[in-house]
Design a protein around this ligand. Structure first.
Ligand SMILES: O=P(O)(O)OC[C@H]1O[C@H](O)[C@H](O)[C@@H](O)[C@@H]1O
Length: 317
């Protein structure tokens, strides 16, 4: 008797171990990855914005405004909008001058390029899953292309593991002339109580205080929140920033990779009131932005060159 060609071989523990799942929404708007251990991430193709990151127990780690607009008509208020190629209002007399605040990446529709995963070697080892998203100059709106007429390719890799969420940006100059850019992972972390939240790892470092409109604020051992905070820390020597929870216990570590700057932002009462998509209005009590980036000066990329940078957010939950 001849064996069926597709007869399965003996089932090994490896093939029995549960694998990560990836789900694309029916309307093609989001991609969600889930690990067998329960961690989950959802990315909106609009802006390649990470909307949600959940710990194994289901706790949401990112803050997303209830008024966030997800239909592509404006950038998302919450999650992780990706800032590129300029941070904040573009400076005058620069190649980015005609772009909107924070550039076009968060306002463009990205392409889902696919997934790759590390397979568990046994039922006890950890899986991880990587989702790749792409944005190319050829896919930009005519308006953005006119405002920043360079040939580029961006790949944004979102990797979910038990350790945390890694978000890496690769910028490729596909044109014939050099260009300059800034990049920032504008991450809105969810916190229980902002008045009991502190950010450490930036101790003693000078910063640009955007609230006081001062080029240098007073360095302090930790960042605490009792009013609007909008600070740009640059040239940071150490690699880790921690957000501490109320009990002084580590909650999330933000580890930078090839990024030397960090923006810390909380809009507090008045600024929150002024943002139509910031809901509820007292939502600032439950969020803090700790944004890893390269926003001091410019990163110059010559024709044909590639740059990569990003962050790993490690949950202590
Ligand atoms: O309202 P957006 O354009 O999303 O910007 C939100 C915030 O982004 C960063 O954190 C800046 O440092 C802030 O000055 C700005 O207000």
């Amino acid at each position: 008797m001849v064996d069926r060609p597709n007869k399965p071989s003996a089932i090994s523990p490896t093939t029995m171990s549960p694998q990560p799942t990836v789900t694309i929404a029916d309307d093609n708007s989001t991609v969600t990855a889930k690990l067998p251990s329960g961690e989950e991430v959802t990315v909106l193709l609009h802006g390649a914005t990470v909307l949600s990151w959940k710990a194994a127990g289901g706790q949401e780690l990112l803050w997303l405004s209830e008024g966030a607009v997800l239909d592509g008509s404006k950038p998302v208020r919450g999650g992780i909008p990706l800032v590129f190629p300029v941070f904040g209002p573009p400076p005058k007399n620069h190649a980015t001058s005609s772009l909107p605040q924070h550039g076009f990446a968060r306002s463009s529709r990205w392409e889902y390029l696919g997934k790759s995963s590390t397979e568990a070697q046994s039922t006890t080892s950890d899986n991880s899953i990587k989702l790749d998203f792409g944005l190319y100059s050829t896919a930009l709106s005519a308006e953005a292309r006119k405002a920043w007429p360079y040939d580029f390719g961006l790949v944004y890799s979102v990797t979910l593991s038990k350790e945390g969420l890694q978000t890496m940006v690769t910028v490729q100059n596909e044109g014939k002339e050099a260009f300059e850019f800034q990049v920032l992972l504008h991450t809105y972390f969810r916190v229980k109580d902002i008045s009991k939240t502190t950010v450490t790892g930036l101790a003693g470092l000078p910063f640009i205080d955007k609230v006081a409109n001062a080029t240098q604020g007073n360095p302090a051992p930790t960042v605490t929140f009792s009013g609007e905070v909008d600070r740009v820390y640059t040239n940071i020597p150490q690699s880790t920033t921690s957000i501490l929870d109320a009990d002084g216990k580590p909650y999330i570590d933000v580890v930078r990779d090839n990024l030397s700057d960090t923006v810390v932002w909380n809009p507090w009462t008045e600024k929150a009131k002024g943002m139509g998509d910031f809901q509820p209005k007292d939502g600032f009590k439950h969020m803090v932005c700790v944004e890893a980036g390269a926003v001091e000066g410019w990163t110059k990329l010559e024709a044909g060159e590639t740059w990569e940078g990003g962050m790993l957010a490690k949950s202590h939950l």
